[in-house]
Design a protein around this ligand. Structure first.
Ligand SMILES: [Zn+2]
Length: 130
């Protein structure tokens, strides 16, 4: 995502508007301990946030924003924490190496089992179904 030439904080939310891409309005917002990339619905007031990813500093978040293509990538790279819904990019099939399979709770199925009871990728749920 190309950064705007000037980042101006929104007077109501304090979030910096990054632009509108792939059906969402994107912001960078300072939290208490992190910086958050936020995707909101494109509506009159824009909030609440649908998608959010936290970064340890604004340097890391800005780097992630420049690498993030919301049309083909489900989420920006390098975040330390994800909040909100599991996002699916409109053209995620164009980027199969980056957009790996996830369960409905957002856990990458190749990385670790999902801890949620009842999730098909939870090892206890799998044992109960056998
Ligand atoms: Zn799950």
């Amino acid at each position: 995502m190309k950064l705007p030439d000037v980042l101006t904080p929104d007077p109501d939310t304090g979030a910096y508007l990054l632009g509108e891409h792939a059906g969402s309005r994107w912001y960078l917002k300072q939290m208490i301990f992190t910086w958050r990339i936020v995707g909101c619905p494109i509506t009159e007031n824009g909030w609440p946030e649908e998608y959010a990813w936290d970064y340890p500093s604004h340097h890391v978040a800005l780097t992630a924003i420049t690498m993030f293509d919301p049309e083909t990538m489900n989420e920006p790279p390098g975040y330390v924490k994800r909040k909100g819904d599991v996002r699916k990019a409109p053209r995620s099939d164009d980027h199969p190496r980056y957009n790996r399979a996830r369960c409905l709770h957002g856990h990458y199925q190749a990385d670790r089992d999902c801890p949620w009871p009842g999730c098909p990728t939870n090892p206890h749920t799998r044992q109960e179904q056998q």
